[in-house]
Design a protein around this ligand. Sequence first.
Ligand code: MF3
Ligand code: CO
Length: 269
Amino acid sequence: MAIAYRSATEIAAIRRAGAVVMEILETLRAAVRPGVTTGELNKIAARELARHNARSNFKGYSPARGVPPYPAVLCTSVNDEITHGIPGKRVLREGDIIALDFGAIVDGWHGDSAITVPVGTISLEAQRLLDVTEEALRRGIAQAQPGGRANDIARAVQRCVEDAGYAVVREYGGHGIGRELHEDPWIGNVVERGQPNPLLRPGIVICIEPMVAAGSATTREAPDHWTVATADGSLSAHFEHMVAITAHGPVILTAPPEAGSGEGDESGK
Ligand code: MF3
Ligand code: CO
């Protein structure tokens, strides 16, 4: 699949999908507390999708033959779980951390974003992991510049994580997004030899999504075919934003427009 270059009008439409995802993620963040089940969070997400006349791009998603379609609208990955945790009966406990990865289709355009949030009071170590992972995302976004390359993003993420003494999960990463949830280009979180390293040009819309392990980043897949956890049981965090590369630099489509930047009215330019 070729990389798509979106017009300002198209980016404004993708931003509307991003805004719905962001708003629902904030509702979910507020619902996280000890005693809540991951299945209850999924229910809230499904209700909010309907309220926004949006559809799920996660539910029914099937990445490959032999993998059962993803059964929920939300991914809930707790503690050592890295990504694609399936919501269910699990009860959140004080001190847990939970990654909420959520997407929506609005008027035919896809949104996708993730946050990792504390359940009640968490350890200083867990908080540091959240802070470093979010900072790695910020550093990656800062490299989403026209004229740059995908590896600039990967290098910035990797350096931030490894300088902090943590490990980057290598098997999963970011992606183009727009008419599909996953489009070209692949946006890795580590620089790998032989990895495609496309030029970043205005109009490219990508998801940047570092996944970080406090210990070893070797992964283990659960029998449910979806949930991915650290093999050593160490904590893991995940943050994701959808970002448009513009002539003026990166614009985050799953965060409020920056005040005074003229952002949010791309279609008027
Ligand atoms: N943010 C995740 C990703 O880009 C969301 C996929 S969840 C799935 O891989 F259920 F759709 F697979
Ligand atoms: Co994604």
